[in-house]
Ligand binder design. Structure first.
Ligand code: CDP
Length: 249
């Protein structure tokens, strides 16, 4: 295995995959890809491939877990056994429990939970292929799937990671950068208000580096928000044009 010092993270001002420091990986978003779910989204972020499905709001079971005042959001992040280089042992582990909790907390502030007392809103995120940043891709996908399900929301949540590699602050780390870099900071935010709903940090950053990273993340979340919004609008425009074709208009 290579160690941190052995990798040339930055060459001629470019990163290992040729990106600029402030460049996102390619993003592809498809809405409404699953028939059974109330809402769904397929999200690609570079080599990450993620599927989100939303069920509800529907009655919460078991009943003793109901909240009499608002809906309970359940979030399950799961990595497919074939999503990583080594087979991932199926089932929940410490990491997936942590990511599920953080992702739920990232989305909670935008969901109008008070509209649905005693209900459950279930969010399932399946990582089909992973290349670092899966929790951010999962939050982006879940946010779109919630909107697709018609869950009333104040806004969408957008998420990206920033970090430090080869002494530089960079946006949206890939697997090599994440595994061997100096710091990784996934952030989720309500892009239009620059309100942070989740922030984690692995490694160390100075105050200046943190602020620089935050700025990069804010700009990128705006870009992601626009793509999420466009994907949702595209889906419903498509439905409308299909309907008008049926009507012969
Ligand atoms: O995916 P994310 O960056 O949100 O979380 P992480 O814990 O920082 O994991 C970074 C990357 O390590 C994942 O995206 C996977 O590519 C890889 N990983 C893995 O290969 N096997 C695991 N059991 C967990 C993570």
């Amino acid at each position: 295995m290579k160690k941190e010092g052995e990798i040339e993270f930055i060459k001629d001002g470019k990163r290992v995959d040729g990106r600029r420091f402030d460049e996102l990986r390619n993003i592809k978003i498809e809405v409404g890809v699953l028939k059974r779910a109330d809402g769904s989204c397929y999200f690609e972020l570079g080599d990450n491939k993620v599927l989100a499905a939303v069920y509800g709001p529907r009655e919460m079971h078991p009943r003793h877990a109901q909240d009499a005042k608002m809906a309970v959001v359940k979030f399950r992040y799961n990595m497919a056994p074939f999503s990583v280089d080594d087979r991932k042992r199926p089932g929940p582990d410490r990491r997936s429990v942590e990511i599920s909790k953080v992702s739920r907390e990232a989305l909670d502030p935008v969901i109008l939970r008070e509209y649905y007392p005693k209900a459950a809103i279930e969010v399932y995120v399946e990582i089909l292929q992973s290349d670092a940043g899966t929790r951010t891709a999962g939050i982006n996908a879940a946010s779109v799937a919630l909107a697709d399900a018609g869950v009333p929301m104040r806004d969408l949540v957008s998420s990206v990671a920033v970090g430090k590699v080869g002494g530089e602050i960079v946006l949206d780390l890939n697997a090599v950068e994440d595994n061997y870099g100096e710091a990784d900071m996934p952030i989720a935010m309500i892009a239009r208000r620059n309100t942070i709903t989740a922030l984690q940090m692995d490694g160390n950053l100075t105050k200046d580096e943190f602020e620089k990273g935050l700025k990069l993340a804010m700009k990128a979340c705006q870009q992601i928000y626009e793509l999420q919004r466009a994907a949702l609008i595209g889906r419903y425009n498509k439905d409308e044009s299909a309907k008008s074709k049926d009507r012969g208009t």
